[in-house]
Design a protein around this ligand. Structure first.
Ligand SMILES: Cc1cc2nc3c(=O)[nH]c(=O)nc-3n(C[C@H](O)[C@H](O)[C@H](O)COP(=O)(O)OP(=O)(O)OC[C@H]3O[C@@H](n4cnc5c(N)ncnc54)[C@H](O)[C@@H]3O)c2cc1C
Length: 389
């Protein structure tokens, strides 16, 4: 039983069904309508540390490339590469050097090469430094999740949504069998309960009697760094961008329906920001995008939404059995779009070791640093604002 049909839960459910298990996927909403729907969905390991976490994310990039050909990747996989323009050339140069030394495709480029790679770019500031990250991609999460769910059902899996899929209770019955209670009044027994409920995961841990074991940055308090403003604008003219672009002022990428997806690091919003302020910030982002790329003459703001990152308190993924409620396995992470294809493979090896023993153990070992019990062992470092990276 998998709770949560975002990019992570749908990936886990599809992997487990592919390994021959009978899987039920539950979601209180339609699949893919949580955080995954509004994510920047940049598949990258551009600025992630420490080294093992960088490697985990880099494996995530490769896992999507491997998965795409067999899952109608043309509908959702966009290996477009990423151009970054920076005014702090020293930071960018140092990052590129570090990434390249780790075997991650990254190099500094000049303005002419940046314009050749992305003809939509308006001439940058003379001081700007540019870099090119050819392996990075973005995903269209809605068509992706549709295909993961379709694969799951093609393998005999079941999907329950709405009241039937909303989990309201987690406990164990006779013989310690895990049980899931839904808002529709059903009590469903399961061999395993795998909770991929994104930012809602701490609440589900509490239902299982393990409150406090999944520490995420609180997301509903005023000023929380977890929420971010996501803006979609269009229509975009044919001369518009085809790649991911970052500048100090704006992050953007193409989106389906002839739109561009925009974000910026300096738009402090939370779940309490008034609608008028969101509209003002959205117009400001469209304005910045117009100063960055061509193709936005006719564009207007189509959507402006505050979207919440599931941010583990130490910024690293949380994957494994809950201390005190070991019958619940959780998987919650920031960068979940980058990580889902690879993490789901590791989780399948952890829970359904179909691979030869040594390979399975090797895959599971990659999760050792991310187990939930680390929070009980070490003091939690509550870090400052995180970025979409
Ligand atoms: C603005 C923004 C930008 C981002 N940019 C990037 C990026 O560029 N690259 C990247 O890799 N990551 C990025 N992320 C992070 C990434 O989007 C998330 O890590 C990822 O989407 C999490 O997926 P998920 O499946 O864990 O959660 P979700 O997509 O939130 O899915 C969880 C599901 O659980 C369901 N659920 C919750 N409670 C219950 C319940 N009681 N019963 C049943 N179902 C329940 C919800 O309805 C939901 O569908 C970004 C996030 C944000 C907010």
């Amino acid at each position: 039983m998998v709770i949560g049909a975002g990019v992570l839960g749908a990936s886990v459910a599809a992997r487990l069904a592919g390994a021959g298990l009978r899987v039920t996927l539950l979601d209180q909403d339609e699949p893919g309508h949580g955080t995954s729907r509004w994510s920047f969905a940049w598949v990258n390991s551009n600025d992630k540390g420490p080294r093992p976490y960088h490697d985990l994310n880099h494996a995530g990039i490769r896992a999507w490339a491997e998965l795409a050909p067999g899952l109608d990747g043309a509908a959702w996989y966009r290996p477009a590469g990423h151009v970054e323009l920076a005014t702090d050339g020293a930071e960018l140069a140092a990052r590129v050097e570090r990434l390249a030394s780790w075997g991650y495709p990254a190099r500094l480029i000049d303005a002419a090469e940046a314009a050749g790679l992305e003809p939509a770019l308006l001439p940058p500031d003379k001081q700007a430094t540019a870099a090119w990250f050819p392996e990075e991609a973005y995903l269209l999460t809605e068509p992706l999740i549709e295909r993961l769910v379709a694969y799951l059902t093609s393998q005999g899996g079941t999907v329950l949504t709405g009241e039937q899929g909303r989990v309201t209770g987690l406990d164990t019955g006779p013989g310690d069998t895990p049980r899931v209670r839904t808002a529709a009044g059903a009590v469903i027994e399961a061999d395993e309960v795998i909770c991929c409920a994104g930012r809602w995961t701490p609440g589900l841990a509490a239902l299982a009697g393990a409150a406090g074991t999944v520490p995420l940055v609180p997301w509903d308090t005023p000023g929380s760094p977890a929420p971010a403003l996501v803006v979609r604008v269009g229509p975009v003219g044919p001369e518009g961008p085809v790649r991911l672009i970052h500048t100090p002022q704006i992050a953007l990428r193409p989106h389906s329906g002839g739109l561009l997806h925009l974000e910026a690091p300096d738009t402090p919003v939370d779940l309490h920001t008034p609608e008028t302020e969101l509209r003002r910030l959205a117009s400001e982002l469209l304005n910045r995008a117009r100063h960055t790329v061509r193709g936005l003459d006719q564009a207007r703001v189509v959507a402006a939404k505050v979207c919440v990152r599931p941010l583990p308190a130490d910024e690293q993924s949380i994957v494994g059995r809950l201390p005190g409620a070991e019958w619940v396995y959780v998987a919650v992470t920031h960068s979940g779009v980058t990580l889902a294809a690879h993490l789901s493979r590791l989780i399948a090896a952890d829970l359904a070791p179909g691979a030869p023993g040594a390979l399975s153990a090797q895959l599971s070992a990659q999760l050792a640093a991310y187990r939930p019990d680390r929070f009980a062992r070490t003091a939690v470092r509550n870090t400052g604002p995180a970025t979409g990276r």
